[in-house]
Design a protein around this ligand. Structure first.
Ligand code: F6R
Length: 628
């Protein structure tokens, strides 16, 4: 029997970790190219199983490039998609039929007759027959050669939500609440997301000859680890990939974070005890033993596979104190640095004071949700804080809000003393209402409606900023073009975005920048914005401010930082927490994750307390971004 690596002992499905989604997508696209060519040479069509969502988008872009630049032909390719929302017709902007057309099929030479998707409009009494025919059609072409998969936060593949059995077949299912929440921004609010879908079953998927599941960003990390390392269970349908002889995971660094080889590397092989790894091991050990750092003893180290660390950096007493001090020094009430104090052990430098702080939000609500308490402190301590909303966020706003706003405007005008003065506004409101009517519940917003929705969010952000003491002139709306020209799960940034971001930096010349999205799916709004900042900083590399400016990463919708990852922990008093909650409440369309933000900062404080550091009501945490 071949010797299995330590990683393979934990990982029950072969897993490749790529530096980024683009590299993974290129690798997979090359494989697909070879598959198509080999099949075609044998005189057979290649049968591909397709997925939708944001995950496969870079892969589809690479397939299009292979077609356009390297002549890869899809004339003899047959495709079967995993799923479709039930109730949506093929031309609905959020239907998977339309998604596939826009993201792939319209750009390659695949014959229409070779494209197969479950129908979202088949009448209820014919769903069963439709699903059986879908299965039969897959079998009639010899089965799927390669099935592409993504994974949902419920662990689903296709739309096989928790509870789907190993042998389930194509059928209509009810979407899980979490899945509907994740689709909320695509549909401008959870209430608009369909409740049902038709999906291939787990059994259907497992019949494919090869399977590749892709996942990007750390929001997927927990489910990815459960699927790869956990037990095979109906609670996580992706775990059934363990039961397939040729299934693989292609993931990026963010999605790999919860795998044992990344999270607890000392259990898998010899660890290199860098300062961060040492901190990680100590924090993990403290949580595992339920002891504060200063109370860890030799036995704890030995029993948790850390005797190596102890012999390298011990004795325990001194190692404990060293790490305890490091963690203690992350705590500061002075996010902008404490003026006129020794800053040797403080996260932020004392000078210059006051600092110009740019707080970036990928979407208008992000900064207040992720670091409302810290904004409050920065202002209180006299810094010049500017909130920059990088995108308008207009795609998130439900029609009902635009309807309400236009209605109020009309009513105001009709009650005005001089109604004639209001005629432009009346015209605007009437046009907005007419457009809402015309496009229907699911139609795409024409520019006027997007503008109106953006205005609504502008008002909300100004209002939230005001409750934290940021004046209206320090709230900036950048309206980056990639967002204005795109849709969720398929945005594409260009040089125009980098230029806009670079101009922002040059105009404001910050001493400190706060941003999120470093570990997010690179195709998400936050992920795109973070990468644009990195590119803009590079473009400004020669300028004085860019060399000395510190960049702090906060967490918005993503997984919170773990204590060993935190470089700056800003404690919040109960009153500050209340102010933050109050600021958050100014936003109309928040996801449930965002609403939980005050609770997340309470949880941060509980973790610090259990490590024996300090007991606070809440903590907002930050990681220092280091330039490569
Ligand atoms: C879609 C599908 C789903 C998605 C999953 C992840 O056809 O089958 O399983 O792959 O929900 O969605 P994204 O990629 O948008 O995170």
């Amino acid at each position: 029997m071949p010797i299995r690596s330590h990683a393979e002992i934990y990982e029950k499905v072969p897993t490749s970790i790529f530096p980024d989604s683009a590299t993974a997508a290129r690798t997979l696209a090359q494989e697909v190219k070879q598959l198509i060519e080999a099949k075609n040479q044998a005189g057979k069509p290649a049968v591909l199983g397709m997925a939708t969502g944001s995950t496969p988008v870079p892969f589809y872009r690479e397939l299009i490039r292979l077609h356009k630049e390297e002549g890869l032909s899809f004339k003899k390719v047959i495709t079967f998609n995993l799923d479709e929302y039930y109730g949506l017709s093929g031309d609905h902007p959020e239907s998977y039929a339309r998604f596939m057309a826009e993201q792939l099929f319209d750009h390659i030479d695949i014959p229409k007759a070779n494209i197969n998707l479950p129908s979202g409009t088949v009448p209820g009494d014919q769903v069963f027959v439709h699903c059986r025919q879908y299965e039969e059609k897959i079998q009639s072409v010899g089965g799927i050669d390669l099935q592409i998969l993504g994974i949902g936060r419920t662990g689903h593949i296709g739309f096989n939500e928790p509870g789907s059995s190993r042998d389930s077949l194509t059928r209509r299912i009810t979407l899980d609440r979490v899945t509907r929440q994740d689709a909320a921004s695509d549909f401008r609010g959870e209430q608009n997301v369909p409740h049902f879908a038709i999906t291939m079953g787990v059994g259907t998927i497992l019949r494919a000859k090869k399977l590749v599941l892709m996942a990007w960003g750390d929001n997927k990390a927990t489910m990815v680890a459960k699927a790869i390392e956990g037990p095979m269970t109906e609670a996580v349908s992706a775990s059934f990939l363990q039961d397939h002889p040729d299934a693989r995971f292609f993931i990026d660094n963010g999605a790999s974070r919860e795998l044992t080889r990344i999270k607890l590397p000392w259990l898998v092989g010899p660890a290199s005890w860098t300062p961060r790894e040492t901190r990680r091991a100590m924090v993990w050990q403290a949580f595992k033993t339920k002891r504060p750092i200063l109370k860890l003893i030799d036995e704890d180290y030995n029993e948790h596979g850390l005797s190596d660390l102890l012999s390298e950096q011990g004795p325990a007493y001194q190692l404990n104190i060293r790490i305890f001090n490091q963690l203690q020094h992350t705590i500061t009430g002075w996010p902008g640095g404490k003026p006129d104090e020794d800053d040797t052990y403080r996260p932020e430098r004392a000078r210059p004071y006051p600092k110009r702080c740019l707080v970036f939000s990928a979407e208008p609500q992000d900064a207040v949700v992720g670091m409302g308490g810290t904004i409050d402190r920065l202002i209180e301590q006299g810094h010049d804080v500017r909130l920059i909303s990088l995108t308008s966020g207009s795609l998130r706003v439900p029609d009902s809000e635009a309807d309400k706003f236009a209605g109020t405007l009309l009513e105001l005008a009709s009650n005005a003393v001089h109604p004639e003065v209001w005629s432009p506004q009346v015209e605007y409101a009437r046009e907005a209402l007419a457009l809402l009517e015309e496009k229907g519940e699911f139609g795409e917003d024409p520019p006027l409606l997007r503008q109106l929705k953006a205005l609504i969010l502008r008002g909300e952000l100004r209002d939230a900023a005001h409750t934290l003491g940021v004046s209206a002139e320090h709230v900036v709306f950048a309206d980056l073009p990639f967002y204005e020209e795109g849709r969720y799960r398929r945005f594409k940034s260009t040089q125009a975005d980098i230029d806009a971001m670079t101009r922002l930096l040059q105009d404001h010349k910050p001493h400190q920048i706060y941003i999120t999205g470093d570990s997010a799916d690179p195709s998400s709004v936050a992920g795109i914005c973070f990468r644009l900042l990195v590119a803009a900083l590079q473009a400004c590399a020669g300028e004085e401010f860019a060399g000395s400016c510190s960049v702090w990463l906060y967490r918005g919708k993503e997984r919170p930082l773990e204590p060993h990852e935190i470089d700056m922990a800003i404690p919040m008093s109960p009153l500050q927490l209340e102010r933050k909650a109050n600021a958050i409440s100014r936003y109309g369309a928040l996801s449930s994750l965002e609403k939980e933000a005050p609770e997340t900062s309470r949880e941060n404080a509980r973790l610090y307390d259990s490590l024996g550091l300090a007991e606070y009501e809440a903590i907002e945490s930050f990681q220092r971004w280091r330039r490569a």
